[in-house]
Design a protein. Structure first.
Length: 328
């Protein structure tokens, strides 16, 4: 077990998820490397559900200091930035309020940073579904292959690109962040804000490594219908991303991918095959495992093949983003 000589601050932004937040904080009380946690910063982004009372309750018997930071509703990026500014430790561990840390999560992050003390080294961990939500085979597929995350395309110990910089279960040196860039607050809700920051930090020399042994369990159940709405829910964030340098790179790559013969054949196959496979659709939300190809063609058909994808729209359709609603 590593010594607590390299402590970290845990930053948990939250908005109206008091009950799940309590599970998250309680799990942090039982870490195998408890002494390495300098503090837990809970940044409340204008919650109205009694979050402050839950945090106060959790803090009463916590072996680790818990600091409650409240701001008016400004969005996820602003909440994370508040935590970055307030953090006292040399390392910050970003953690979402609906993720339950495995018992050795902090130990994995601390051990890695002791081996890689350079300021520009960071680590992203693994975020599978919590066993408590009884994940379906479809849910495991979308975590591995997309549209949510894509851990199946990431190798342990290897560097990830900016689209692999998921700032949930991710740790970096705080001074590197403060010197080279924090989250762009044009992004109010989730989606693309971590890609955009990852892009800027990698340009400044960030080396982000994937460590699947650092596990935080996503405490949520997702249906096929919700998976199909993923791209739509990200539409506003994608419009903002399109105005950034990271977006220019991302969408250029998307255009290249979508112009390939392989992609066109995949979409054609989805349009032809899925109507024939419709009797299988009710099984997508069951515990009955189906071949990965079935999940891929159904997701392709309902996400893309039946309608233009966001990145396929003309440039004038992704110009200025509209005023965003409050993050949820």
């Amino acid at each position: 077990m590593p010594s607590p000589s390299v402590p970290l601050s845990v930053i948990i932004p939250t908005y109206n998820r008091a009950n799940i937040l309590k599970k998250t904080i309680e799990a942090y009380k039982h870490q195998t490397c408890q002494g390495a946690i300098a503090e837990i910063l809970v940044v409340d982004d204008g919650s109205t559900d009694g979050t402050s009372a839950i945090v106060s309750e959790c803090a009463q018997n916590s072996p680790t200091p818990i600091r409650y930071l409240k701001q008016e509703n400004k969005g996820l990026s602003a909440a994370r930035n508040y935590g970055i500014r307030q953090a006292k430790a040399g390392i910050v561990l970003f953690h979402d309020d609906d993720e339950i840390p495995a018992l050795n999560l902090v130990e994995e992050h601390i051990t890695w940073h002791e081996k890689h003390p350079d300021a520009n080294f960071g680590m992203v961990g693994y975020v599978p579904w919590s066993p408590d939500v009884r994940p379906t085979p479809l849910m495991r597929h979308i975590i591995s292959e997309g549209p949510q995350y894509g851990f199946g395309h990431m190798a342990a110990g290897e560097r990830v690109g900016f689209v692999g910089c998921y700032f949930a279960n991710t740790s970096v040196k705080v001074e590197f962040l403060r010197k080279n860039g924090i989250f762009d607050e044009d992004f109010r809700s989730w989606g693309c804000e971590d890609w955009e920051l990852g892009y800027r930090l990698i340009k400044k020399g960030l080396v982000m490594i994937y460590n699947p042994a650092a596990v935080a369990y996503h405490y949520k159940r997702v249906s096929f219908a919700e998976a199909c709405r993923y791209r739509t829910k990200m539409a506003r964030a994608l419009r903002i991303l399109a105005t950034k340098e990271a977006g220019q790179v991302y969408f250029a790559e998307e255009r290249r991918r979508k112009s390939s013969r392989r992609y066109r054949l995949q979409m054609l196959a989805a349009r032809l095959i899925v109507p024939l496979l419709m009797p299988l659709k009710p099984l997508l939300d069951s515990q009955i495992p189906l071949p990965g190809t079935v999940y891929r063609v159904f997701l392709a058909y309902f996400n893309v093949a039946r309608k233009p994808a966001f990145s396929e729209q003309p440039a004038n359709a992704i110009a200025e983003p509209r005023k965003l609603e409050k993050a949820s």
